[in-house]
Design a protein around this ligand. Structure first.
Ligand code: ADP
Ligand code: MG
Length: 769
């Protein structure tokens, strides 16, 4: 029984496939198509089982890959295109070489392995020069799919066992005739299609499995049902292929350019969809009403004057943008991007001052309120303390709510101190407006937290919160008593997000497309850039000596390792890199026995992490050995040294962020970059890090040099690798953004684009959490 057409038949122009929609036209399909496929009426929504029997293991694997329907399969893209091996005749095959052989298949058998009962298909391949056997594990369909004597093309690495050559899990494909010249091993045959897709694999689902399944699906004419969510005018404008063509080209490209064009289209599509979601959010936001906050410059200056420093130019510019947003009548949505230590808290604090000293509309007393959300308890506490410093003089109360309790400043007994209070009590005072500023962790988004006149929301380390949480917070009603009584429109709070994660501009434009951007690209004067040194293996001892000196003077140090645990030595291809576990042991036993060492990894629970960070901050440990999870933004001014092991394994922007950990010190900070692989390339890459001062530049460099996969925490943004790759292209990102913006402006409900609307609603849950 034949399930799919040979490649030649598959490679009809995609446009031709597009024309095969009417049933009578299907008659034109090549003979090889199994007519039964059509009787079953496969559609894009058909479950994957409808083309292929699958085992429970396979089902699980497919599910993990997000493949449930035929459309999901069509949208499962190759991770790369394999180089086709040398075309050889059987007599010239060598063990270990990737080769392509054309021949006749026979001896098709289906069996099971003795121990683990894995299905094995086996067969013999024969050409004019000899025979070779072939086996396929876990691919029982192969034995069923080919008939004895069929002509096939085999591609794979030649294996050897007991001095006999064989193919294990080669790619197999039916052909109609053996191409000319293949028996001449010196000259590889010219082939029409030499780009074979490789898909990511999972237990039970090989790349081959997907390749075959796709051929069946495409061969069954399912592509006929593909409708393009992207308006045609947009595709035309940017010369992008239709969805149908792009699906075809991405899986079965005839030439490299086809695959690239297809990938470009899918990247555009993804960025366009994210932009539609964000632009819609922005558009709707601007239709909402917000409190007017109009502060006189003199009043702001009065507040800022009390800081123990004067604002940098960047801080002033940022604050000016915020104050101008406050006057617009619709809610502000602004993101401040600034390196660690650029002074975001001061801007947040001034914006809060403007807010809480503003009366609710048509009121003679009372004040607007501020909610300030931080990703961890320690950070929330840190902000609480800074705010007490800034607001004590102005007799403005500040509350703190975290998972572990509530605090309020000032306490009843002392005007200079805060006090612990019960959560319900705190929440009562927030709800009746008595406490104008509430700082907290996720605890802030709980339903029980109600404000009287919420005017401003501040989110610190914005990247740690998804769009969903942002939306959640903005839903917090900011009702005025009048608005409730008269049923008037509620006021939406202003939103100020802050992040220290250096990301390239294109990525920021995409994932934060609903926000206006302000850069804090200037460090306060006199800030000591850590002395950064690349340490070669033989210089290790010297560095430890230096670190010992610092520790003896009462300073603290971080040691960053790429791994949590040591790799399983039995496993193949494990990456050789230092682990937190064994490095902490080694340092304790052999290098720094006289000092106290703590360790921290992503495997610790949030509570353990908080506890370890706290003990380090309070000086109960001298050295903290950690993975790159060390909290962003946590201020340990006494830590002056950071050692980064296997630095070659980190992105440049990530290294920069890690180095930021020792930036706050009033003592001289040091950053030692260790690299076991002292290759020239590594060293020159690391050199650009020692010289750079700005994280955003490094993020751009990362994107250019190593691709998006190396951007710190690339995964958390919910952008696929394919789209990440496209972020190198600022023109494309700007185009997607512009098109999305103009579409939303004309028709924000996408009434004229039902397909797009449907696609968007099924997608928007995927992006960002
Ligand atoms: P981040 O941007 O990382 O959140 P912070 O707001 O925590 O940075 O500020 C880091 C440190 O710099 C704080 O100790 C703060 O008091 C100080 N700082 C902020 N702005 C200035 C400035 N303009 N001049 C000098 N020091 C400043
Ligand atoms: Mg901060």
């Amino acid at each position: 029984m034949r399930y799919f057409a040979p490649m030649e038949a598959m490679l009809v122009e995609a446009d031709q496939i597009a024309n095969l929609s009417a049933p009578n036209q299907r008659q034109q399909l090549p003979q090889q198509y199994d007519p039964k496929m059509f009787e079953r009426k496969l559609t894009l929504e058909s479950p994957i089982e409808s083309i292929q029997r699958i085992s429970p293991t396979q089902k699980k694997a497919l599910f993990k890959m997000g493949i449930k329907t035929l459309m999901d399969l069509l949208r499962h893209f190759p991770i790369r295109y394999g180089e086709v091996g040398q075309v050889r005749s059987i007599e010239f095959l060598r063990a270990g070489e990737s080769s392509v052989v054309f021949g006749k298949i026979s001896n098709l058998k289906l069996g099971k392995t003795f121990k683990s009962k894995v299905a094995i298909s086996s067969a013999t391949l024969e050409d004019s020069t000899g025979k070779i056997s072939m086996v396929w594990f876990n691919q029982p369909y192969i034995a069923k799919m080919f008939s004895e004597g069929a002509l096939v093309r085999i591609e794979g690495r030649v294996s050897i066992k007991n001095e006999k050559l064989y193919f294990s899990n080669p790619k197999i494909e039916k052909i109609s005739q053996i191409p000319d010249g293949t028996s001449d091993s010196l000259f590889p045959a010219k082939e029409n299609h030499n780009l074979y897709p490789t898909y990511s694999e999972s237990r039970g689902i090989s790349s081959n499995w997907i390749y075959y399944a796709l051929q069946k699906v495409i061969g069954a004419g399912v592509l006929d049902g593909v409708l393009d969510p992207i308006p045609e005018s947009i595709l035309k404008k940017y010369s992008l292929p239709s969805l149908k063509t792009a699906i075809f080209w991405i899986h079965l490209p005839r030439k490299k350019e086809d695959a690239e064009t297809a990938r470009k289209r899918f990247a555009f599509e993804e960025i366009f969809m994210i932009q539609l979601d964000r632009q819609k959010e922005k558009y709707l936001g601007q239709k909402e009403k917000a409190f007017l906050i109009q502060k006189k410059e003199a009043e702001m200056e009065e507040f800022v004057k009390d800081f123990p420093f004067s604002l940098t130019g960047a801080q002033k510019r940022c604050l000016a943008s915020v104050l101008s947003d406050f006057k617009a009548g619709f809610p502000m949505s602004r993101l401040i991007e600034g390196d660690v230590g650029s002074g975001k808290t001061a801007v947040a604090s001034a914006a809060s001052f403007a807010t809480v000293t503003t009366l609710p509309p048509q009121r003679e007393y009372g004040n607007l309120q501020v909610a300030y959300m931080a990703p961890t308890e320690i950070l929330a506490e840190q902000h609480f303390e800074s705010f007490i410093e800034h607001f004590a003089k102005h007799k403005i109360q500040v509350g703190l709510i975290t998972g572990s309790g509530a605090k309020k400043f000032p306490s009843k007994l002392s005007k200079e101190k805060y006090t612990k209070i019960s959560k319900p009590q705190l929440l009562k005072w927030v709800a009746n407006g008595e406490i104008p500023i509430l700082i907290g962790t996720h605890a802030l988004i709980q339903k029980t937290v109600k404000f009287k006149n919420l005017g401003l929301i501040i989110i610190d380390e914005q990247h740690r919160f998804g769009v969903k949480q942002r939306k959640e917070l903005r839903k917090k009603p900011a009702r005025t008593t009048e608005s409730v009584q008269s049923g008037r429109q509620d006021f939406a709070p202003h939103l100020l997000s802050m992040t220290a994660t250096p990301i390239p501009r294109t990525l920021a434009l995409t994932i934060f497309g609903d926000l206006d951007l302000s850069l804090l690209d200037e460090l306060p004067p006199g800030r000591q850039i850590p002395e950064t040194k690349i340490v070669l293996p033989h210089e290790r001892e010297e560095v430890y000596k230096k670190v010992r000196g610092e520790l003896k003077n009462g300073r603290q140090a971080y040691v960053i390792c790429p791994r949590v645990n040591d790799p399983d030595p039995d496993k193949e291809n494990t990456i050789n890199a230092r682990s937190v576990k064994s490095e902490a042991e080694r340092l304790q036993k052999k290098i720094f026995p006289e000092f106290k060492i703590a360790s921290l990894t992503g495997q610790n629970s949030p509570k353990e992490k908080e506890e370890t960070m706290r003990s380090f901050k309070e000086g109960r440990a001298d050295i903290l050995v950690a993975t790159s999870v060390v909290e962003v933004g946590v201020n340990v001014p006494n830590a002056t040294v950071i050692i980064i092991e296997n630095a070659e394994r980190f992105g440049l922007a990530q290294l920069h962020q890690l180095r930021g950990r020792v930036l706050r010190s009033s003592h001289k900070p040091y950053c030692f970059v260790f690299s076991d692989s002292a290759s020239q390339k590594t060293i020159s890459r690391l050199k650009s890090f020692t010289q750079a001062k700005n994280g955003f530049e490094l993020a751009e460099a990362d994107l250019k040099q190593r691709g998006a996969g190396d951007l710190a925490g690339a995964k958390q943004w919910g952008v696929s690798d394919l789209a990440m790759e496209a972020l190198k292209n600022i023109k494309m990102v700007e185009a997607a953004r512009e098109e999305a913006r103009s579409l939303i402006e004309q028709d924000f409900e996408l009434k004229k684009y039902p397909l797009l609307r449907k696609h968007l609603s099924s997608k928007s849950s995927v992006h960002m959490e």
